[in-house]
Design a protein around this ligand. Structure first.
Ligand SMILES: Cc1cc2nc3c(=O)[nH]c(=O)nc-3n(C[C@H](O)[C@H](O)[C@H](O)COP(=O)(O)OP(=O)(O)OC[C@H]3O[C@@H](n4cnc5c(N)ncnc54)[C@H](O)[C@@H]3O)c2cc1C
Length: 147
């Protein structure tokens, strides 16, 4: 089985890990933060992003907790609209959603954690080495998850 090494357990890294796993790869995700977390507040997910999350099998909670985007507007500094797009009327394979970042990240982590290998943790001098999955890499004290 081929193995992919992914640096970063953000939305991108976790989604790539899940996609690779579904394609038959073994994926290891390395994260330098003590615990994987999502900075920021909300995300506007375009229809293709929601469709991709459905393909990964993680869209259920995201669609349940997200709010459907009706209209998107780009505005000038003075508030006058530059462009308006009726997203709800698009003939898209999935809806556009406004959702908390933690919800998206949490859904991806939930899909990753059950498959994390719990091989015995190795000691590390780095305080940044966190038990994301109980396996420490020699790379810069990062922790790793096996998707
Ligand atoms: C203000 C703002 C608003 C946005 N709004 C939207 C939006 O509405 N809709 C949308 O779709 N997108 C939006 N984006 C873009 C979206 O947030 C990013 O594309 C997405 O979060 C990137 O995810 P990522 O996993 O690639 O990177 P990140 O979330 O940055 O994750 C990278 C991870 O890699 C880790 N890392 C980095 N270096 C190393 C290393 N050397 N070793 C180990 N780990 C490492 C970091 O600790 C981090 O956890 C917005 C971005 C910004 C800044």
């Amino acid at each position: 089985m081929r193995t992919a090494l992914i640096v970063g357990a953000g939305i991108g890294g976790l989604a790539a890990g899940i996609a690779l796993r579904r394609a038959g790869w073994r994926a290891r995700v390395f994260e330098r933060a003590a615990a994987p977390r999502e900075l920021g507040f909300a995300l506007n997910l375009a229809p293709n992003a929601v469709a991709a999350l459905r393909t990964l099998g993680v869209a259920g909670r995201i669609e349940a907790e997200g709010h459907r985007t009706g209209t998107v507007e780009l505005r000038r500094l003075d508030g006058r609209p530059l462009k308006r797009l009726d997203v709800a009327a698009l003939d898209a394979p999935a809806p556009a959603l406004m959702v908390l970042r933690q919800t998206v990240h949490g859904a991806l982590l939930d899909a990753t954690r059950p498959r994390i290998s719990r091989s015995p943790a190795t000691a590390s001098a780095s305080k940044r080495t966190a038990p994301l999955c109980g396996w420490s890499s020699p790379m810069d004290g990062a922790s790793a998850a096996t998707c």
